[in-house]
Ligand binder design. Structure first.
Ligand code: LMR
Length: 401
């Protein structure tokens, strides 16, 4: 029956993990998927999350369905974490927010909502480059994708002039996808002053912003600081939508917990928007899983656990910064690489956009059993004190002329 089905290519990110699992070499390293590991290279379940889980088990909860939009205690806490307790979106009760199947699900609901109801355009501009999955998510939902300038290959930093110019040139009311913090894959974010400039152009051109915030806390170690762009845009009166994920900052990858929200003009608009979000979600997956959302809700709504969690986010972010310093140090001092590696320590968040070519990525896999995506992105969170020198030696070997 299925002779017409062609073999598809492996996923650009998750396919790397599949290949890694097949390798039996003891030195192998998986630097593909963005998943945090502790300094022993092991998956890390946060202590605050473990405590929340014990609390939940002891409270003998039932397994009834959540509503279509998920658990209200979870979504309320997620909204406050992103927008801030004092945001008018929160205090005036005008945030339409639904639970989602992590960040991907949030993006998918959001894209479907915009495709169906955004009155001005079906085009969305995404950064060049962007997270690979953004592209099919937007296309599946009926949006047409174009790219705006973002990364400057010369400096391995932000091409702010190109970005502002592309926003100027775009037809008024264009939808823009912005990574709120810890840009994936480049690890390059605008500074607060650059965000202020971006906000100004977006306002002048009446563009509409879809924020993707999958790494709140991972950029600076501080959840408030990482929400700067989102909060700034809301303060300046932009109406925005937001995809949020708790995969990385609570280490809840497989629990698939996130949210999608729309800042509305007032409560009446909020009610109308929420009614349509339900209509979009119901035929997709009916209603979301409950366990991960209960964990997040327990952590965020229990002051001691929230405090502990904020500390753990900082520990994770700091460990990554330590690995950046060590990797650069080994490259420059131990192996004498003559290349410029400043970007390893300048870039932030979970990833380093190393500048390695696809051929170098293939070689480091063949010769050194090190796996990363072919765009040269390194998941810094997969590096530990034990293997950072081995990685530096391997990078030097495949990048030296
Ligand atoms: C990544 O970019 O590695 C993560 O967001 C995981 C994923 O689903 O691709």
């Amino acid at each position: 029956t299925w002779t017409n089905v062609p073999q598809g290519p492996p996923d650009a990110i998750l396919g790397v993990t599949e290949a890694f699992k097949k390798n039996t070499n003891v030195k192998k390293m998986n630097l593909g998927v963005g998943a945090y590991r502790d300094d022993a290279g092991k998956p890390y379940v946060l202590s605050s999350v473990k405590k929340a889980e014990h609390k939940l088990i002891n409270s003998n909860m039932d397994k009834e369905y959540a509503g279509i939009m998920g658990l209200p205690d979870f979504t309320a806490a997620a909204g406050r974490l992103a927008y801030g307790d004092n945001s008018p979106a929160i205090t005036e009760n005008k945030l339409a927010i639904t639970q989602s199947i992590s960040g991907t699900g949030a993006l998918r609901i959001g894209a479907a909502f915009l495709s169906k109801f955004y009155p001005h355009s079906k085009n969305i501009l995404v950064p060049n480059p962007t997270w690979g999955n953004h592209i099919p998510i937007m296309e599946h939902s009926g949006l047409t994708l174009e790219k705006y300038s973002y990364f400057d290959k010369q400096t391995n930093g932000l091409n702010i002039d190109g970005m502002l110019e592309d926003f100027h040139k775009a037809p008024k009311n264009t939808i823009l996808l912005l990574h709120a913090c810890a840009h994936n894959p480049t690890g390059v974010d605008p500074t607060p002053a650059q965000w202020d400039e971006i906000s100004k152009v977006v306002k002048e051109r009446d563009h509409f912003v879809f924020f993707d915030m999958a790494y709140q806390g991972f950029a600076s170690g501080d959840c408030n600081r990482d929400a700067y762009a989102l909060r700034k845009f809301v303060d300046e009166g932009h109406s925005v939508v937001l995809a949020q994920s708790f995969a990385k900052n609570m280490g809840l990858y497989g629990e698939r917990v996130g949210s999608f929200s729309v800042v509305c003009a007032d409560q009446e608009e909020r009610a109308r928007v929420e009614s349509q979000l339900k209509i979009i979600i119901r035929p997709m997956y009916s209603n979301p899983p409950i366990h991960g959302a209960r964990l997040v809700s327990t952590v965020l709504n229990t002051p001691e656990l929230k405090e502990e969690w904020l500390g753990e986010v900082k520990v994770m972010a700091d460990r990554i910064i330590t690995m950046r310093n060590k990797l650069r140090g080994h490259l420059e001092n131990d192996f004498g690489s003559k290349k410029n590696w400043n970007h390893i320590t300048n870039q932030i968040g979970m990833f380093c956009y190393s500048g390695m070519t696809p051929e170098q990525v293939d070689k480091i896999k063949e010769d050194w059993h090190i796996y990363l995506t072919r765009d040269g992105r390194i998941s810094m969170a997969g590096i530990s004190s034990d293997n950072v020198k081995y990685l530096a030696e391997a990078i030097h070997d495949v990048t030296k002329d």
